[in-house]
Design a protein around this ligand. Sequence first.
Ligand code: NAD
Length: 424
Amino acid sequence: MTYIEPAPIKDKENPLESMMSRFDKAAELLGISDEMYHILKMPRKQVVVGLPVTMDNGQIKVFEGYRVIHSTILGPSKGGIRFDMGVNIDEIRALAAWMTWKCAVVDIPYGGAKGGIACNPREMSAGEIERLMRAYTTAMLNVFGPDEDIPAPDMGTGPREMAWLMDEYSKAKGMTVQGVVTGKPLVLGGSLGRTEATGRGVTVSALSAMEKMRINPYRATAAIQGFGNVGMYAAALLHERGVSVQAISDISGGYYNSNGIDIEAAMAYRNANGGMLEGYTGAEKITNEELLSLPVDVLVPAAKEDVITHENAADIQAKMIVEGANGPTSASADAIINNKGIMVVPDILANAGGVTVSYFEWVQNRIGYKWNLERINRRSDRIMKDAFENVYATSQKYKVNMRLAAYIVAIDKVASTYKFRGGY
Ligand code: NAD
């Protein structure tokens, strides 16, 4: 019998295509030349490596690893490394471009990059993952560097893998080079505040949007999808600022309480329950889909991509959507959400608090000094607030929504920097 390759799933919307369609629209609105359009679209460097690694059973398995540097126009490139079976060069290429726009929106001096290895870390031992990470680092010795390209964790990787990367790179250079990677454990030069940074930036974005819409946080309500690194801290900080968080959720479903959820209790429950809200009794059980259409002021999708599409966008009742996740809204939903007058603080702005504090980690490594949490929070809040105001002013100037305005800010910044630097 002949094997038939399963057909691609056509009805699944693609967050990366959504991103590129918005990039195209913003480039058109800015009126950038055809030449510049191609300069901005084409990655600067694309590296594919084969990584032979001895597995625990003594056999050698060869993995494929990638690193794509989309742009170095604003500075050394920055972007995470993902370990996932679905990793492929097209995905890495698009994610690298995404990083370029994100860094440009918050005005930090980085270009964009992304890396990855097609592997399943859940099926590998710690020793196998370590050997793979070290092999990948060695293969990328001429790509990575504190002045060239600075990786960070992404899906399937964390501080442990970044520590191995730093160690392997340092050994090859014959000295400790902390600034080659961010997202390291605190003792190896990681930064205070990094864990909460993305949720904190989401909160600054939400409060700034409330100010523009004249919504008093003490009378506002919110629903937050996802109770992981981003969603949990966004919930805690919004709650701290007076917002009544009426609904939270995770993969186990949604939890709703019209009087506001006791976020501290929910966090304590989750942390004692293997990171899951399953069984949490301080609220009524709802579905993740129902959470999205609650009549709240602020909706924060902070779980995964493509949760708001043309199929459910009409049901959304929130006054604003603050995108904690990457690509939670598909391009097909944009027009529907626009027509409903919902303000969207887009992912490349709202969740840039994480890369901002990663930048601080790199700065601290380079000056050989550790900042305290108060300084980090104050500086990252200022960067997020300034970026919000800049995007808002651009949206008023071009009479476009906040998402297009963010792309306009980013593309304009990279294009005008390129003009100053010049080409060949
Ligand atoms: P995480 O793994 O810590 O948490 C994800 C949360 O979403 C968990 O509570 C999980 O149970 C929940 N979840 C997963 N699938 C779900 C589903 N189908 N429905 C509802 N909930 C679901 O991840 P994170 O670091 O919080 O990242 C969340 C999103 O934010 C991702 O899109 C990520 O790319 C993006 N992001 C994260 C950071 C960061 O610094 N962590 C920075 C920028 C963007």
